[in-house]
Design a protein around this ligand. Structure first.
Ligand code: NAG
Ligand code: NAG
Ligand code: NAG
Length: 312
């Protein structure tokens, strides 16, 4: 009998060892994949990271260096999934998707977004000085996840982009993929401003990156330059809130740099509080419920105007 019990104990021990090894391998694999697509994960300094494109204007350079002349207007276009505007339209509001205001994401995400926005707003208002009266905290109203920010396009190129993006949406539809979010990060995007973003997890980064690549390949085949690569922009995210001093980012007195570590702390606290429960809480250890996106991205037809080169 004693022999049998020892045998049983040994089997249980072996099984536990296997489970531990499996977990370890699984975690290793996720980390390896994450480093492929998430350059931001490499920077461990305790401050908001600077966007690669700096200063930054909605995913694009503030000025386009490749403009032929200083006055040449350049356009930006976006391909974006709209998730709704919770403050203005309640969850059950029957609005048109074409207006980008109905709800195309889970209630869990909408609720997490709202409460996080309140938490961050309050902690920033309490900790950041407003002695000059220029502190602006911009809550993101329309929740959205961008697939592509196309930058520095000439007028005639915007028409081609519109046709190609529309055709791509037709070919890929119906969309059905899963996303999850696992942290909040802050990015120093201009001298006077920081943006805080809810970052998609490694698996979602890969899904979105491959769709972005498909679209870019079509654009490049048609001779449209993809001047700013997606991986040189921020990782795929939903913007939560902006913080800035004044509206003029060229004014030295509006510099936000000295507050970056403080903002980083507040954003990290929020990130810790939320963990990966943005799309709800799973009853299973380590597993995160993923939100299914079943609608096509909305294509912004009106490209924002960028000036050409900065006048010297
Ligand atoms: C990390 O981010 C900080 C702040 O933006 C920057 O000064 C530093 O050069 C970055 N380090 C690396 C290795 O990218
Ligand atoms: C900063 O002060 C100005 C002037 O008093 C005020 O209008 C603004 O709302 C304040 N900013 C914040 C975030 O409280
Ligand atoms: C846009 O116009 C420029 C000349 O201004 C031309 O070189 C280019 O091929 C045109 N691009 C497209 C996509 O029509």
């Amino acid at each position: 009998m004693g022999h049998l019990r020892a045998h049983k104990t040994l089997s249980i021990l072996l099984l536990m060892l296997l489970i531990v090894m499996y977990r370890f391998l699984l975690v290793q694999k996720v980390v390896d994949n994450a480093s492929l697509y998430d350059y931001s994960a490499h920077n461990k300094s305790k401050t908001c990271q600077r966007t690669k494109i700096f200063p930054f204007k909605i995913g694009c350079p503030a000025r386009c260096e490749w403009a032929v002349s200083e006055d040449e207007p350049m356009y930006r276009m976006g391909v974006t999934w709209w998730f709704g505007e919770p403050e203005k339209y309640p969850l059950d509001h029957p609005t048109a998707y074409s207006k980008g205001i109905n709800f195309q994401c889970s209630n869990e995400f909408t609720e997490a977004f709202g409460s996080s926005s309140d938490l961050l707003h309050n902690s920033l208002v309490q900790s950041l000085p407003n002695t000059t009266g220029t502190l602006i905290i911009k809550r993101q109203k329309v929740m959205h996840l961008a697939l592509s920010y196309l930058c520095c396009l000439r007028k005639n190129e915007t028409d081609r982009v519109r046709e190609i993006a529309y055709k791509w949406v037709q070919d890929v539809s119906p969309f059905e993929f899963e996303v999850a979010f696992d942290r909040v990060e802050c990015y120093h995007e201009r001298q006077n401003s920081v943006t805080t973003i809810i970052v998609a997890d490694a698996r979602s980064q890969r899904t979105i990156a491959s769709m972005n690549q498909e679209l870019n390949e079509r654009l490049q085949r048609a001779g449209i330059p993809v001047s700013v690569k997606r991986r040189d922009q921020m990782p795929s995210h939903v913007t939560l809130q902006g913080v800035q001093y004044g509206n003029d980012y060229n004014m030295l007195e509006n510099d936000i740099s000295s507050y970056l570590p403080l903002i980083y702390d507040k954003v990290s606290d929020l990130s810790q509080t939320m963990g990966s429960s943005w799309t709800g809480k799973s009853p299973f250890l380590r597993s995160v419920p993923r939100m299914v996106i079943k609608h096509a991205p909305y294509f912004s037809f009106k490209g924002s105007l960028h000036a050409g080169k900065e006048k010297k």
